[in-house]
Structure formats: structure tokens, C-alpha cells
Design a protein around this ligand. Structure first.
Ligand code: SF4
Length: 380
């Protein structure tokens, strides 16, 4: 491996009890048989590729989906054993699992802890059931409350929550109630997702047919600013445009996506970024199962990431983070002194208080993240 930093490992679990109306992820309903079949396929994929990673250390492991928590605990145990016996993991491994409050139980939780899972990412979204219902997400407030009761009883330390804004009918009070609940429950990390209405989803249809009224852009911006103000007051830092944490609780895994670190993705529709190439596994579930059964690679496409693309991504992704862009490293990697090539833009943005340059890093000013897109465009 050219880059010898530890890698991240992602495993995609494609099952959900019911498809949310806004979802365009690869997710399907399942039964016990499909669980067994998928576990076998994952193990086959691991066997096929593990020899490529003999000299590599992984320091993050992430089970995402889909809804990994709907799986039988035995699935997680067997998968974890397979991963632990096939790859080399750092002692300080960050092992995250996404959970949905509707499928979280005490016995599952105990099994997760036994497996070494030390970070939970809870899909809270919004503590207003009728708002969630409008976008086809069936989730009760009680399930969220019970989930946190269970987690807090065990003094489990590293808990993240996903919340959504821009939902039809979602009010500032809904956002406030959700944030207050998370702060009171000692959540250390919060990721913000703005509702995206993708073509081909049921929500897109419902909006087109006037069955659901989207939230106005103005209300969305208000919620976005409300989150910044509330979480800043509660001691959170916005370490990435859409991610907040109590200092020291940044997600190591997510940071790999933002700082050009290699990662391996396993499972249907998983992506990898290894030695300059991006690999995409097949998105067709049956095809994934049959390829793995036959001992064939499930990779559907492979694309070399050119320096031009890497340069653009480096600027875009680094400027979304609190650390900003390392100018020396940028110069070394792309043979370009940004202070010269973008001298005019940098001068103007600095005079407007949009960006700052500190200790060799170019950063977006803390209070200007809400206009980051236009700043980034100037600097690309
Ligand atoms: S739970 Fe997540 S992955 Fe599953 S359908 Fe809903 S949005 Fe999609």
C-alpha cells in the first residue's frame, strides 16, 4: 500500500423492515433465510479479498445500512468473528454500528458490546411521529426514549445520533425538542441530514401529486442555523459542515472519507477507495449473492481517481471540516501553491471575513459555514 495510514472498513447491511418514502439507498426487506444467505455471501467476499490486506491495519469498522439492528444478534457475532479472524485491527479500534430504535433490544445490545462494538449511531431523525409518518418512516418517540434508557443504564460512552431537518411539516419546536432530548441524554456526536427529495422515490411522487408539501427553503435555513446555535451553546463543536460533537468524540471512520484515506467496503452496493481507485460493488442483491457463491468478485466498476478529481475533492472536503485545507500538503500532493494560484479569490474572501489562514491551514470562518458552497466554488 502506498499510503500506510490505517484503513477504514465498512460493511453494508442492506435490510430494512420498511422502505422510508425518501430513501434511495440499497435496502430490502428480509427474512431469516436471507440473513443466513447474506452472511454467507459476506464471508465469501471476505475470503476472496483478505489476502490483499495481510500487511494492513484497520482502525475503524463500521456496520451501516440499511438497518443493521434488525439482524439477529447471532449475525453480528458471526460476522465480527469472521472479520476479526480475517483482517488485522488496531487495539484502539473504533467499532460503530447503526441502530434503529424500533429494532433495538437489551439482548441485542449486550451482544453488540460483547462483540467489541464501542460506538452506536442511533437513527433518531425527529421526535415528532406525525412528521416522520409524512415521509413514510414508522418510528415512535417511545422507542427512542427506551433506546436511550437502555444505553444510559449501561454507561455506554460513545453514542452518536442522526437527525433530519427540512422534513415536511417539521417545526423549529420539533428540532428544539429533538436536540434537547439528545443533549439531556449525553449524546456525544450528532450528524445532520437535510431531507433530499430524490427522483424515483415515493416522496418525490407524493410531492409531485401534492399529497405532501415540502418545507420552504427559508424554514430549512432557519433550522440549520438553529442547530448551530443550540449545539454550540451546549458545548458541541461543528467539526464538519453537517457533523457536531463534544470535543474528543469526532468520528474517526467518517473522517477517512473527508481526508483522502483509504477504506474498504464489503457487501452489496459497498464502495472502496484503495490505492487511487474507487471500486463499486454490484447493487443488485441477487447478483451479489450469486457472484459471492461462485467465488467471483462482486465489484461492478473500478475508476481511477485522477489528480484533477482528487484536487477538487481535497478542496471541497477539507473546507467542510473545522481543520480546513493543509496548504503545504496540498502543494506537495498537487504541485500547486493555492496561495498563488487563487491569490485574487483568497484576498477577497479574507477581506470579507469568509475565510481565515491559520498555521498553514486555509479554513472557512466559523460563522460562514452556511455559505460554504459558494466559498468552495471560488477556490476550486
Ligand atoms: S431506515 Fe434508512 S436505509 Fe432503511 S429505508 Fe429508511 S432511510 Fe432507507
Amino acid at each position: 500500500m502506498v499510503d500506510n495510514r490505517p484503513l477504514g472498513l465498512y460493511v453494508h447491511i442492506p435490510f430494512c423492515n420498511k422502505k422510508c418514502d425518501y430513501c434511495d439507498f440499497v435496502s430490502f426487506s428480509m427474512n431469516e433465510q436471507s440473513q443466513a444467505e447474506y452472511l454467507t455471501a459476506l464471508c465469501n467476499e471476505i475470503d476472496l479479498i483478505k489476502h490483499n490486506y495481510d500487511d494492513v491495519t484497520f482502525d475503524t469498522l463500521y456496520l451501516g445500512g440499511g438497518t443493521p439492528s434488525i439482524l439477529l444478534p447471532d449475525f453480528i457475532t458471526k460476522l465480527t468473528e469472521k472479520l476479526y479472524s480475517s483482517f488485522h485491527f488496531a487495539d484502539y479500534l473504533e467499532y460503530t454500528m447503526e441502530i434503529n430504535p424500533m429494532s433495538f433490544t437489551r439482548s441485542k445490545f449486550l451482544e453488540y458490546v460483547k462483540c467489541g462494538i464501542n460506538r452506536l449511531s442511533v437513527g433518531v431523525q425527529c421526535l415528532n411521529e406525525s412528521v416522520l409518518k409524512k415521509v413514510g418512516r414508522i418510528q415512535t418517540n417511545k422507542s427512542v426514549v427506551d433506546t436511550f434508557k437502555l444505553i444510559n443504564q449501561s454507561a455506554f460512552l460513545n453514542v452518536s445520533a442522526d437527525i433530519m431537518i427540512g422534513l415536511p411539516g417539521q417545526s423549529s419546536d420539533d428540532v428544539k425538542r429533538t436536540l434537547t432530548f439528545l443533549i439531556d441524554n449525553d449524546v456525544k456526536h450528532i450528524s445532520i441530514y437535510t431531507l433530499q427529495v430524490e427522483e424515483g422515490t415515493k416522496l418525490h411522487e407524493n410531492i409531485k401529486n401534492h399529497k405532501v408539501k415540502p418545507l420552504s427553503d427559508k424554514a430549512q435555513v432557519k433550522q440549520y442555523n438553529q442547530i448551530y446555535e443550540t449545539l454550540s451553546q451546549a458545548g458541541f463543536i461543528r467539526y464538519e459542515l453537517s457533523n457536531y460533537c463534544v470535543p474528543g468524540y469526532e468520528s474517526y471512520h467518517n473522517q477517512k472519507y473527508w481526508n483522502d484515506t483509504q477504506y474498504l467496503g464489503i457487501g452489496v452496493a459497498a464502495h472502496s477507495y484503495i490505492e487511487g481507485y474507487r471500486y463499486n460493488n454490484v447493487t443488485d442483491y441477487s447478483k451479489y449473492i450469486s457472484l459471492c457463491k461462485e467465488g467471483k468478485s462482486p465489484v461492478a466498476s473500478k475508476e481511477y481517481i485522477t489528480d484533477k478529481t482528487r484536487r477538487t475533492e481535497r478542496i471541497m472536503l477539507s473546507l467542510r471540516t473545522i481543520h480546513g485545507l493543509n496548504l503545504e500538503k496540498f502543494k506537495a500532493d498537487f504541485n500547486e501553491d493555492l496561495l498563488r494560484s487563487k491569490a485574487e479569490q483568497i484576498k477577497q474572501l479574507t477581506s470579507l471575513g469568509m475565510i481565515v489562514i491559520e498555521n498553514g491551514y486555509l479554513k472557512i470562518a466559523k460563522d460562514k459555514f452556511n455559505v460554504s458552497n459558494s466559498i468552495i466554488l471560488e477556490l476550486i
